[in-house]
Structures are given as C-alpha cells and as structure tokens.
Design a protein around this ligand. Structure first.
Ligand SMILES: Cc1cc2nc3c(=O)[nH]c(=O)nc-3n(C[C@H](O)[C@H](O)[C@H](O)COP(=O)(O)O)c2cc1C
Length: 308
C-alpha cells in the first residue's frame, strides 16, 4: 500500500490532500475526503468582508468536525497588500485569526484540525501564530525560489503547484509546470513536498511520487465528486471539458485558470486536467482508484526493471 511520511505527519491513510477551493464551500467534500482516508480541506468562504468571512469559516470548521471523526485541514490565501483589494486582504487576515482562535479554544479542533495550508502571498506574518496554535503549516509555491523562501521562514512543508492547476495560477511570464516544478523543488528543499496541478488518477499520483513528492493535492478531480458541494452544472462542466477548453484570465488576486463556456455569462475556475476527468465518482472511488492504479503502475514498472 502506498504509505509515505505524509500519512504519519497528518494522521491519514493515503497521502492525498483535497485542495482548498474557495470561495466555494467544501464542507461536505472535506468531510468525505477525510472519511475516505485522505485529508479534506475547508476553503475560504464567499463573504462580504472580514466579519462575515470569520463567522462563516468558524461555522464550517464545526460542520466538518461533526461530519467526520478524522483529521482535516483549512486553507486561506494570503493575498498582497500591493495587488489585492483592501477588503479581500483584510478578509483573509480575519479568517486566519478566526481559525487560529477557534482551534485553540475547541478541544476537538485542537486534536483534528491538523494542517493550515496558506497560499497566494507571503505568510511570514502568520507563521508563528499558526504554529503556536499547534498546526502543521504548509504553503503553496510555484517556484524553487519561493520554496526556499518558505523553508527559511520555517513552514513544515510545501505544496508545489504547477501552472496547469485550476483557479489562481502563476503569472504567465513566471509559469512553471508540474513536471518541471515538483522535482526541482524536491531537490532544492529538505521539507516534505506535496505535488499539485494536473493530478487526477493513479498514473499522475505515481508520477508525483517518482518526481520526489511525498503526496499529492487534487482540486479539479474532486470537483467532479458526488459528495462535492459544488452545483451539479459545475461538475458537468468539468466532465464535459476537453483539450483546449481552459484559458488563463486576469482575476482578483492574479491570473486564474478557467473553463471557457459562455463568455457572456462567465467562466468557471478549473484545471487543465478537466480534459482527463470524464466521470462524476464518489470520493471513496476517486481515492481508492487513484491508490490502486498507482500501486499497479509501480509494480508494473518494477517488473520492467527486473527483466532488464
Ligand atoms: C474552483 C477552484 C477554486 C480554488 N480556490 C483556491 C483557494 O481558495 N485557495 C487556494 O490556495 N487554491 C485554490 N485553488 C487551487 C487549488 O487549491 C489547487 O492548487 C489546484 O486545484 C490544483 O490543481 P488541479 O485543479 O489540477 O488539481 C482553486 C482551484 C479551483 C479549481
């Protein structure tokens, strides 16, 4: 069975993390992923500002706590004082403070809300607070440069997410794809590295491990899950997307990868991997198929090696 150091760190059966996908609710999805042996993640909620954002995220923490007795995670982007709008930046800060406070005051959260995933900005100001509250802290990076910076800041792990990822992605002139990014980051830092961007099945999971990752984070694959909180039409969009369905457009904290539907009405955030996702499955099927397929692939590769 595929077990890595990530399983021990996070207290999970399979080294698979469900990506934060705000500003949508991932309450049901997070609980389903944790119940199936991976690590579910609560996302930043849609809100009108700091006060409402903090209130909703606290509600989400308690909802997930009740839907699973396993460990889970929370994600908050950081944004930037220079490029994010003031209200967005302040809302993210209020959410981090609310989550930290809630973990410290609730015995169940203290035990089971094990990982804080920050992303999209510099988490320096928050590292001590997050770690003092008893979290493991991973930050999402898109370059070796940022991975090294995070190692120096003292985070516990990095999630190396390539340009093909869904939602907010790299600046086009600083884009690094997963196949280039993950092995480079794994070589450059001593921290555990989780691979993200374009992962959806056993082949991509096994490849991530071969590239030096200790686990994977999947976003788009989990949108097309039966238990996912997203609207059924959103799931359908992912399943029906093909090659060349995705585009990168300017968005509120940087460029974002979306599927190009009716551009009069809008775009929906999803990864390039949508073209490889053809079925809405249960979370348990997604996780178990991914692990089983990866094990078969690794065994097959071993056999090829032995014949030489
Ligand atoms: C709909 C959607 C919303 C997202 N929102 C967030 C978010 O709030 N915070 C974050 O760190 N990443 C966000 N992401 C990126 C994911 O966390 C993850 O890095 C990405 O989905 C991985 O690539 P994949 O979609 O190919 O699996 C989002 C992705 C999608 C598809």
């Amino acid at each position: 069975m595929v077990k890595t150091v990530l399983c021990d760190m996070l207290g999970i059966d399979y080294p698979i993390i469900q990506a934060g996908m705000g500003p949508f609710s991932t309450v049901k999805l997070a609980a389903a992923v944790s119940n199936a042996g991976g690590l579910g993640t609560i996302s930043i909620p849609y809100s009108t500002g700091p006060e409402e954002g903090a209130k909703i995220v606290k509600e989400h923490l308690h909802m997930v706590k009740k839907l699973t007795n396993k460990n889970f995670a929370v994600n908050t982007p950081i944004g930037s004082e220079k490029t994010s709008s003031k209200i967005v930046f302040e809302t993210f800060e209020a959410i981090i403070d609310a989550v930290v406070e809630e973990k410290q005051s609730d015995p169940e959260l203290k035990k089971r809300l094990v990982l804080y995933i920050t992303s999209g900005g510099n988490p320096q100001k928050h590292v001590k607070k997050i770690k003092d509250a008893g979290f493991l802290h991973f930050h999402v990076v898109g370059s070796v440069y940022h991975a090294k910076k995070m190692e120096a800041l003292g985070v516990d792990g990095v999630i190396a997410s390539g340009y093909e990822m869904g939602g907010h992605t790299h600046l086009p002139d600083r884009a690094v794809h997963t196949f280039i990014l993950v092995p480079a980051v794994a070589k450059a830092v001593k921290l555990p590295v989780v691979a993200s961007g374009g992962i959806c099945d056993g082949a991509t999971f096994a490849a991530a491990l071969a590239l030096g990752a200790v686990g994977v984070q999947m976003g788009t694959r989990f949108i097309a899950a039966k238990e996912c909180d997203f609207h059924e039409n959103y799931k359908k969009f992912v399943v029906e997307a093909g090659e060349w369905s995705d585009i990168v457009v300017p968005s509120f904290i940087g460029p974002a990868r979306c599927l190009d539907g009716d551009t009069e009405k809008g775009l929906i955030a999803a990864g390039q991997v949508s073209s490889r996702i053809n079925e809405i499955l249960s979370v348990k099927e997604i996780i178990e198929n991914t692990v089983k397929e990866a094990e078969e692939i690794i065994q097959k590769l071993n056999k090829i090696f032995l014949k030489v």
